[in-house]
Design a protein around this ligand. Structure first.
Ligand SMILES: C[S@@+](CC[C@H](N)C(=O)[O-])C[C@H]1O[C@@H](n2cnc3c(N)ncnc32)[C@H](O)[C@@H]1O
Ligand code: SF4
Ligand code: SF4
Length: 324
């Protein structure tokens, strides 16, 4: 069980910031709401960076929507880096041209996680025509510019799970040594995708074997694809998911995510984690209340206490991987 002392004194480290809900792609599994929320402007985001720094935060993790769609991304990276807060982005990569990759480097980008879902025909089923070539191009530009850390992210769905071993080999050839896999989770916004994306029945056994192949390939090539316990949990997750026929859950009572960070949406709303985003989970808004106050607020304390007592809804997001 999570220590009482951590409940009383959660150690803030970073935020997961959704810079925008906007995106240039329309991936079939995506859970980003299509009704675009108001976005914090550059000034508000700089104030948030200041606040993270004043709370002894160690990093800015940003995602979206698609962060590269924001005109001020380079300015924000520069600002944060100058303040001593390394800035990361999670991106689909399709807007990263040769020139933009150089700008990212010059601004001081610390890390990029870029999404690709498999070989061209498979990737384009999930992300749409034209996405693959642009993302592969972006990976080459980023590698050429020697961005300090470049990782790949792939979802695991019925469409691409037989192609992930080949993806590991392919991106290794491009110079990538870190890959994270995110098993498909149901979303409120793309329920129609469920049947075509969920791995069920006999396919789960094939997935189990595929994951063993992926672990072996990663070991042979000396690539980091994450914790093996986490990876071996994935087939079980799909089994339960299928029989539950409910929302995507993987119960876990000891998740440390809300004890070290929180999720900030593009409009400034704060939630304990990506999964706890119902009305009753809402902690506050950083435009109205400084994050440092929200972090130690009664609401956040109660959310953490409830998670510690086993009321965490559960998920198989990367926080789960990091726990093991
Ligand atoms: C929401 S996107 C935001 C950043 C950027 N637009 C991108 O695509 O990388 C972040 C990651 O979430 C993954 N993702 C989106 N919806 C998902 C779902 N329902 N299940 C699993 N992964 C999902 C995407 O594959 C992507 O790697
Ligand atoms: S690129 Fe990212 S944000 Fe955009 S639709 Fe795809 S998964 Fe969603
Ligand atoms: S829902 Fe997921 S991220 Fe949230 S507290 Fe539970 S395990 Fe952690």
């Amino acid at each position: 069980m999570i220590r009482e002392s951590l409940l009383k004194n959660p150690k803030f480290g970073y935020i997961k910031l959704k810079l925008t809900n906007r995106c240039n792609l329309d991936c079939s599994m995506c859970g980003i709401p299509r009704n675009y929320q108001r976005e914090m402007d550059t000034k508000q985001l700089k104030l948030l960076i200041d606040e993270v720094k004043s709370m002894n935060g160690v990093r800015m993790h940003t995602t979206g929507g698609e962060p590269t769609i924001r005109d001020d991304l380079i300015e924000l990276i520069k600002y944060s880096t100058k303040k001593g807060l390394p800035f990361d982005i999670q991106t689909n990569g399709t807007l990263i041209t040769r020139e933009y990759a150089k700008k990212l480097l010059d601004a001081g980008l610390a890390k990029v996680a870029i999404t690709l879902q498999g070989p061209k025909d498979i990737d384009e089923i999930l992300r749409g025509k034209g996405s693959y070539d642009k993302t592969v191009g972006a990976i080459k530009y980023l590698v050429k510019n020697k961005i300090p850390e470049i990782g790949l992210v792939a979802a695991i769905t019925k469409v691409n799970f037989r192609h992930l071993n080949a993806l590991i080999k392919f991106v290794h050839g491009l110079g990538i040594e870190n890959i994270a896999f995110q098993p498909y989770f149901r979303t409120r916004y793309a329920p129609e995708a469920l049947e075509s994306l969920l791995i069920k029945g006999k396919d789960v056994e094939i997935l189990e074997a595929e994951i063993e192949k992926m672990i072996k390939t990663a070991n042979d090539l000396d690539i980091n694809i994450g914790n093996e316990i986490y990876l071996r949990t994935i087939s079980d997750y799909f089994r339960k998911e299928y029989f539950k026929n409910n929302t995507a859950t993987y119960p876990d009572k000891d998740c440390l995510f809300p004890f070290k960070c929180c999720v900030v949406y593009c409009n400034g709303d704060v939630y304990p984690c990506y999964k706890m985003t119902r009305k009753e989970d809402y902690i506050g808004n950083v435009i109205e209340t400084p994050l440092s106050k929200l972090w130690v607020s009664e609401k956040f304390y109660k959310a953490r206490e409830s998670i510690r007592e086993g009321n965490c809804p559960g998920c198989l997001l990367s926080c789960y991987a990091k726990k093991h």
